[in-house]
Design a protein around this ligand. Sequence first.
Ligand code: CA
Length: 240
Amino acid sequence: MTATILIVEDEAAIQELITYNLQQAGYETVGADNAEKAMAVIKAALPDLILLDWMLPGMSGIEFARVLRRDDRTRPIPIIMLTARTQELDKVAGLEMGADDYITKPFSPRELIARINAVLRRLAPEASDEAVEVDGLRLEPVNHRVMAGDKEIELGPTEYRLLHFMMTHTERVYSRSQLLDRVWGDHVFVEERTVDVHIRRLRKALQPAGKDEWIQTVRGAGYRFSVLAAPPIKDSDAAI
Ligand code: CA
C-alpha cells in the first residue's frame, strides 16, 4: 500500500521540495503549514507518518508531537522531527517528546527518504514495501500478490490492505474503529459495519487455502490475526 505522509512545515519552499521528492519516491503526501491545519488533516484521515517541523508559527512541533502522543488514536503514528537546531540536547528533547526519529536541516532528499523508509519498516510495516510471510501465507506489496504456498489468493484492494495490516500486527486485537483508522485511514465517515463486510470477504478468500481461521473474532473487542488455535468461526461472529 502506498504510504501517506503528512508534511507539517511552514516554509513553503521546503514544503514544496519535500512534497516533490516524496512523490517521486512513490509516497502520497498531504501538507499543512501549522499544527492546527495538521490536526484537521489527521481528524479526517490518519497519515502513515508525519514529518514535523520543530519551529512552527503557533503551536511548536514539539508541543504538537506531545498532543499527538497523548491521544490513543494518534499515538501510533510515527513522527520524524525536522529541525534547524543541531544541539544534542534538542535531539534528546525531541525524542523524549515522542518523535521516533530526527533529521537536521539541511538534509538531502535521499537521506530523508532513507529515514522515512527505516521508520516505516520499524513502526508501520503495513505501509512498507517489504514482503510479509506468516506460516506459508505470503504477501508481496511490490506486486500486490498474496500466495498460500504456490496458490495465488485473489483479493479486492480493501481485503488486501486489511490482510497486510493484520499480517504485520499478528496476535493483537484491534477494534473495528482502530481497523478503520489504520486500514481505511478514516474512522469518521466510514461505518463500523464496513469492517465486518470486508472481514467476511477476506475469510472467504482465504478459506480454500485453509487460512480463514487465522482471522479471528474476539467477541466484544474486535478482530485478531492469529495462527494459534482458534475457536470455530461462525458467520454470525462477524457481528461483534
Ligand atoms: Ca519552520
